[in-house]
Design a protein around this ligand. Structure first.
Ligand SMILES: *[C@@H]1O[C@H](CO)[C@@H](O)[C@H](O)[C@H]1NC(C)=O
Ligand SMILES: *[C@@H]1O[C@H](CO)[C@@H](O)[C@H](O)[C@H]1NC(C)=O
Ligand SMILES: *[C@@H]1O[C@H](CO)[C@@H](O)[C@H](O)[C@H]1NC(C)=O
Ligand SMILES: *[C@@H]1O[C@H](CO)[C@@H](O)[C@H](O)[C@H]1NC(C)=O
Ligand SMILES: *[C@@H]1O[C@H](CO)[C@@H](O)[C@H](O)[C@H]1NC(C)=O
Ligand SMILES: *[C@@H]1O[C@H](CO)[C@@H](O)[C@H](O)[C@H]1NC(C)=O
Ligand SMILES: *[C@@H]1O[C@H](CO)[C@@H](O)[C@H](O)[C@H]1NC(C)=O
Ligand SMILES: *[C@@H]1O[C@H](CO)[C@@H](O)[C@H](O)[C@H]1NC(C)=O
Ligand SMILES: *[C@@H]1O[C@H](CO)[C@@H](O)[C@H](O)[C@H]1NC(C)=O
Length: 711
């Protein structure tokens, strides 16, 4: 036997592609029905509460048009995968059509509510698709509003969903609630050849755009009004460690099974260990995780020689007179001996043998190190490192450092769990200490798609050039790892969200609140107006605003930001913004009545009814502040306008806030109206001032709205 050579591993990978595996055998509790119509219902699912692991997995099997079909709540289930912890469900298509008889737009919109259930929309498998001419639609989640504009100004093409007749946006992680919504500013009343528009969340693998969707209702008809979406499921919301504390309810009961934390929000699920397959949720020796007999499947587990199954793995040895070149590849002895002919003179002499061993070890180590170097370089290039390097050399900027992986490992104590500062939508942030005692925050990004990887170097370069006192400073990055890491200055006082919601009612004065709002607005105004090209943050929220020692605001997390101009897909990402600073209330409250779920909606309705004192934080809604508050509230209203053109620019907002803070800090001006006026510079200020952070942009006539206000 000789060592496998790495160069031939590719061969094996190629032969493994194309294999399609059936899901695990159906297992269930004794006496339970494990099929409904033609859909298998494996445990932890079950028909009835006694058959399912808990109520969340209870499936209703009911007849529809004479055949039985499984349902989870209102959703028909078409397939369940235990291996991947996914379930396919049918979602109804939301539509709007122009009705020429009444000259009105008619619409029907659906919502999917998986709150308090084990299901989340799979962000890997689904996309939100919008089909139509001049159709702008959104899906509202708990903390997102996502959507895009589909027009027919370009010729739609079969199979392509890129803004012409069809547009699509990704689904964010940890999403259990979606509500469709058509923007009333866009409609098909003037479009003679197409009257309908649609919005769906659906499995992207089965979606294929057809130009016939535009002049007809074919999209709705082809799918009979419902499309498949892929749901990730978890057993409970506990982490693996929490679940294991109570073995009587822990679900991974099969021998050779393991627990996995979900990658889509909180919760855990089970899987069979490597080399085993079956249902990890059942104890049964036949249906639980069983050893895979790799020797029966030589496409997945190639072995040209003698195959021997072992528990959890397999051995493949070559017949006599042959040597194994790589796993499963045997060649006659000579071939290998020829390449090692130089070995021969040494063999026999025991001293020589020892030298050989030492040499072999050394060369092996050198080769491994070179290989590692090569991999690191590959990632470096992949992440735009070369581009970055070139630009940096030409610009001679000194403040930006390229860190090595080892440096960051050392700084963060090997990415120790205790160093974790937080988890963002785009990665985990660790606290670190450099050798020169600089405190840093290191963000390890989640895996990114190809498109994102290409843009990474460029985007980072631009962010690194930003030098604004209210924007967290990017000190450097590390590119030689599989997922790139970013290094920021360390900001000690936590997030604004913590300050507002976490401090058990600690007093925060109105001046401080307005100052924080002003500083955040300054940062956004800078990004929007002065940075070139303009940068749209895209995810402004209180948990992305950090506070330094002096409680000065520092905007962070540019993972969702976009550089204008955009590509053609006319992406519109709206991040619902609200007035947390004034109200100290959470942004979304799903338990509230329909029109009060989001704080911005509550805010607007409270304004309409003149009952602002009900919603404002008691700490600041006193008599002396009321005058200021009314002004702030008024601008708040402007910033919440749905239409971008109606909103004030971030620059204006920042200016007005600045003035307001100055007036509050110098109350004497209030007694002297003339002085006040000269300080303000414009008398109209009293009517329109306020606090907000909202901006709008017009990019190649396509409007990108960054509706993010009030944090
Ligand atoms: C049941 O069958 C009728 C007639 O074929 C059809 O119109 C109806 O849409 C079907 N219902 C469902 C839920 O599939
Ligand atoms: C969503 O479902 C949860 C749990 O059943 C419920 O509390 C909540 O009110 C629902 N939300 C809506 C908007 O229906
Ligand atoms: C797109 O495909 C449909 C059939 O699926 C066909 O009827 C239509 O003509 C095609 N459109 C173009 C522009 O090729
Ligand atoms: C369609 O949109 C235009 C412009 O937004 C608006 O003026 C018109 O009233 C709308 N028509 C219908 C039927 O909603
Ligand atoms: C839609 O319904 C028709 C008749 O009920 C059926 O023949 C067709 O297969 C259905 N299409 C889909 C995509 O389910
Ligand atoms: C453990 O789980 C069982 C079954 O779900 C439950 O009855 C029991 O109360 C749990 N024990 C603890 C300590 O949570
Ligand atoms: C699951 O997540 C928790 C909390 O993030 C973490 O502490 C734990 O190590 C994870 N467990 C596994 C098995 O990944
Ligand atoms: C699980 O493993 C244990 C110990 O290895 C063994 O005693 C038991 O029989 C196994 N159970 C099943 C169902 O195979
Ligand atoms: C798979 O097995 C068949 C017959 O046992 C053999 O002819 C073939 O070469 C094997 N394929 C691989 C890739 O080992």
């Amino acid at each position: 036997m000789t060592k496998p050579l790495p160069s031939t591993i590719l061969l094996i990978c190629v032969s493994a592609i194309g294999m399609v595996a059936a899901d695990v055998p159906v297992a269930g509790r004794p006496g339970c029905q494990m099929r409904c119509g033609d859909v298998d219902i494996p445990f932890p699912f079950g028909i009835g509460d006694d058959c399912a692991i808990h109520h969340g997995f209870n499936i209703i099997c009911k007849p529809v048009n004479g055949t039985k079909r499984p349902f989870k709540g209102p959703f028909e289930v078409t397939k369940i995968s235990v291996r991947d912890a996914k379930a396919w469900m049918k979602m109804r298509i939301s539509w709007q059509c122009y009705d020429s008889a009444s000259s009105k737009m008619k619409e029907w919109v659906d919502f999917q509510n998986f709150t308090y259930t084990p299901f989340r929309f799979s962000y890997e498998d689904n996309k939100i698709f919008i089909i139509g001419c001049n159709t702008m639609a959104y899906m509202r989640g708990v903390s997102y509003v996502i959507g895009c504009l589909s027009t027919c100004s370009d010729q739609p093409k079969n199979g392509s969903c890129s803004g012409a007749g069809c547009c699509s946006v990704d689904v964010p992680p940890d999403l259990g609630y979606l509500e469709a919504y058509f923007n009333k500013d866009y409609n098909t009343s003037e479009i003679s050849y197409s009257s309908c528009g649609y919005v769906v969340v659906m499995e992207k693998a089965v979606f294929s755009y057809s130009t016939t969707y535009i002049p007809s209702t074919n999209f709705w008809d082809d799918y009979n009004g419902t499309v498949p979406a892929v749901m990730d499921w978890i057993i409970t919301w506990e982490t693996c460690e929490e679940a294991k504390t109570n073995m009587s309810s822990y679900a991974c009961v099969s021998n050779n099974s393991e627990c996995l934390n979900s990658t889509n929000g909180r919760g855990y699920r089970c899987k069979c260990s490597k080399g085993f397959d079956g249902n990890p949720y059942v104890k049964d020796g036949l249906l639980g995780c069983r050893d895979i007999n790799e020797c029966l499947d030589n496409t997945t587990y190639p072995c040209a020689g003698i195959c021997e199954n072992t528990i959890g793995s397999y051995k493949c040895s070559c017949p006599q007179g042959q040597n194994e070149l790589a796993r499963g590849v045997c060649v006659p002895d000579q071939k290998i001996q020829k390449s090692q002919a130089w070995v021969m003179p040494v063999v026999g002499a025991s001293v020589g043998f020892v030298i050989l061993v030492i040499m072999a070890t050394c060369s092996y180590l050198i080769r491994e190190r070179r290989k590692l170097q090569h991999i690191k370089q590959k990632y470096f290039k992949l992440h735009g490192g070369l581009l970055l390097f070139q630009e940096m050399n030409s610009n001679e900027r000194k403040s930006f450092t390229i860190f090595s992986e080892a440096e960051l490992q050392h700084a963060t104590n090997k990415f120790d769990k205790n160093q974790i500062l937080g988890h963002g939508g785009h990665g985990t942030v660790y606290k670190g200490l450099l050798k020169d005692n600089t405190e840093i925050a290191v963000k390890k990004c989640m895996t990114m798609d190809e498109q994102h990887k290409k843009e990474f170097g460029k985007e980072m370069l631009i962010l690194s050039q930003i030098n604004h006192i209210n924007i967290v400073k990017l000190l450097g990055c590390c590119l030689e790892v599989q997922v790139p890491m970013l290094v920021y200055e360390f900001i000690p006082n936590g997030t604004l969200s913590n300050l507002i919601h976490g401090n058990h009612g600690q007093h925060i004065s109105l001046v401080t609140r307005l100052r924080i709002a002003h500083e955040s607005a300054e940062a956004l105004a800078y990004l929007h107006s002065y940075a070139s090209p303009p940068i749209i943050h895209g995810d402004v929220k209180s948990s992305n605003i950090l506070l330094d020692v002096n409680f000065m605001a520092k905007v962070s997390d540019f993972g969702a930001s976009i550089l204008a101009p955009l590509d053609k897909s006319q992406l519109v990402t709206l991040v619902q913004g609200t007035w947390e600073l004034l109200t100290r209330k959470n942004v979304f409250n799903l338990d509230a009545p329909e029109n009060e779920k989001s704080l911005s909606m509550r805010f607007l309705s409270a304004m309409k009814e003149n009952k602002l004192e009900n919603i404002l934080d008691d700490q600041i809604s006193n008599e002396e502040n009321m005058e200021f508050l009314e002004e702030v509230v008024d601008l708040a209203k402007q910033c919440l306008a749905m239409c971008g053109e109606d909103r004030p620019s971030m620059k204006k907002v920042a200016e007005k806030l600045d003035r307001l803070v100055k007036v509050m800090q110098h109350p004497w001006t209030q007694q002297n109206p003339e002085e006040l006026e000269s300080l303000l510079g414009e008398s109209s200020y009293i009517i329109s001032s306020g606090a907000s952070s909202t901006g709008n942009f017009s990019i190649e006539k396509k409007v990108v709205k960054d509706l993010a206000s009030g944090r």
